[in-house]
Design a protein around this ligand. Structure first.
Ligand code: SF4
Length: 281
């Protein structure tokens, strides 16, 4: 079986997720207390170049991947990101994860072409109250996010909300309902609101937060960085300034068939029926 049909078959069978993730960069304007990648303004950027991303994306389509994801760091800290996301979204459904705080008028204008594409911008909003929300994510985060989301929605750009909590099952139902009322009022339906636990990697380890996530808890979902390919978007995390390698699949990302084949091999070894998997989106 060639690698194209093998990958496409595994996606149809649900053995691997059809989305190919890219870590565009590791720097960020924020420094959240649970950040998987220890991101901040001054960290090593580890930028994945535009041409390399587009080349891997073209290979991905040939192999049978069915969607793209972009994450970081904060992707929109890069000036080329709106155009890059539009190029990916012109090929396959694409999701870009963002903290939503860098969407000034110029950036919003640059993002307008996304309204005609199967692209979603997934923005983090953790709590319905500014003080609690900003405690984890930094000053003014709540206000900026609450301003940015309606501006994307009114431009017709797809938006999803991601809520990350220490223990989603322990949340006060009244607080949960207030958060849902907020996103519904901004035009984001319940199916576009994801709630997931903090994962115990990166800065969450330092701050003793989150659930453990290794091969058995994570869905196989090929994730590319400038420094190699990983089993999941929760793989290429950073601890003490060093890239974690426990979920590394391959040091090379080129040709894409190499890490894709390695991922398939690993996925086939995983026990079936694990319903406790953690998804980044
Ligand atoms: S969690 Fe996201 S927004 Fe917060 S520091 Fe990390 S990359 Fe930036």
């Amino acid at each position: 079986m060639d690698s194209m049909s093998a990958l496409a078959d595994a996606v149809s069978a649900g053995t691997v997720n059809g989305r190919l993730w890219f870590y565009s960069n590791y720097h960020c304007n924020l420094q959240c207390s649970y950040c998987l990648t220890e991101s901040g303004p001054l960290v090593k950027r580890r930028e994945f170049g535009r041409d390399a991303i587009l080349a891997r994306a073209a290979e991905a389509q040939e192999l049978g991947f069915t969607g793209f994801g972009m994450t970081g760091g904060e992707p929109f800290i890069r000036d080329d990101m709106p155009q890059l996301v539009a190029e990916l979204g012109s090929e396959l459904p694409t999701i870009v994860l963002s903290n939503g705080t860098l969407l000034n008028e110029r950036r919003l204008r640059e993002l307008e072409p996304l309204a005609d594409l199967p692209v979603h911008v997934q923005i983090s909003l953790d709590r319905p109250d500014p003080v609690e929300n900003d405690d984890m994510r930094g000053p003014e985060n709540f206000r900026k996010v609450m301003e940015a989301i309606p501006k994307l929605v009114e431009r017709g750009i797809g938006v999803r909300i991601a809520t990350t909590l220490p223990d989603p099952d322990a949340v006060d139902p009244e607080e949960r309902e207030r958060l849902c009322e907020l996103h519904r009022a901004m035009g984001i339906p319940d199916e576009d609101h994801v709630v997931r636990p903090i994962v115990n990697r990166g800065r969450a380890v330092t701050n003793a937060m989150g659930v453990l996530a290794g091969f058995e808890q994570l869905e196989p979902e090929l994730t590319l960085t400038a420094e190699g390919a990983f089993y999941s978007p929760f793989g290429p995390t950073v601890r003490g300034g060093r890239l974690d390698t426990d979920l590394l699949v391959s040091r090379t990302t080129r040709p894409l068939s190499e890490p894709a084949t390695a991922l398939l091999r690993l996925a086939e070894q995983m026990p079936e029926g694990d319903d406790a998997r953690i998804g980044i989106r």
